[in-house]
Design a protein around this ligand. Structure first.
Ligand SMILES: [Fe+2]
Ligand SMILES: [Fe+2]
Length: 214
């Protein structure tokens, strides 16, 4: 249902419901099976499992941010087509969120305690970008997805070599995120200049460093 047909209270409740589903463990269901499902669990030392879990926790936090960003943007997007596109992208990202959550459980670990903070910040940034213009909003998606692709590529190098299950998840996510970036630019997104991307990169470093640990 379009936000335009909902009262402010309904919109608020709908947003709270989406936030709780994103943040509460086990509340999201994937449409596509996890790419890890068809791969055997590898033998890893405790240190390797801990490292893999740290990286997958960062990826999970990134997906929490993606949910919040898209929901914030959908709320303030001006064109119905852009709003629908944001809502559709958020649905696709739910697979990633669920896969990372599942992988963390398999590794005997947990999602980041900082996720509510990342959700709130990303929702605010997404809503603000949507208020400026759809072109900026779509440009922000493209720049964010590029940033995520860089992280995922670095994780493919950093993950323990034998952890094929985590790698399978990261590889499919990488393909999807590259498609999201391309689609946002195709839809008319503004290409952000390098200094803006530099600031975004600093912000994402703070998120990755802290989510890796907690
Ligand atoms: Fe994603
Ligand atoms: Fe994405």
């Amino acid at each position: 249902m379009s936000f335009r047909h909902l009262s402010v209270t309904d919109q608020l409740l709908s947003q709270m419901d989406k936030a709780l589903r994103t943040l509460a463990p086990g509340k999201v269901c994937h449409q596509r099976p996890s790419p890890a499902q068809s791969v055997n669990e590898a033998d890893m030392t405790d240190a390797e499992r801990k490292h893999a879990a740290g990286l997958m926790r960062v990826n999970h936090s990134g997906e929490v941010c993606a949910q919040a960003l898209y929901q914030g943007q959908a709320l303030t997007a001006k064109l119905p087509r852009v709003r629908q596109e944001m809502e559709h992208a958020a649905e696709e990202e739910i697979d990633h969120l669920a896969w990372c959550q599942e992988r963390l459980e398999n590794l005997g670990s947990h999602t980041s305690v900082l996720n509510p903070l990342w959700y709130g910040m990303s929702f605010g940034i997404g809503a603000a970008a949507g208020l400026v213009s759809d072109k900026v909003s779509l440009g922000f998606v493209a720049a964010t997805e590029d940033q995520v692709c860089k992280h995922l590529q670095s994780h493919l190098h950093e993950l323990p070599v034998q952890d094929e299950r985590s790698r399978a998840v990261v590889e499919v996510m990488l393909e999807d995120e590259a498609k999201h970036s391309h689609a946002a630019l195709q839809a008319g997104g503004y290409r952000f200049p390098a200094p803006v991307k530099g600031v975004m990169s600093l912000m994402s470093k703070a998120m990755t460093k802290s989510s890796y640990k907690v």
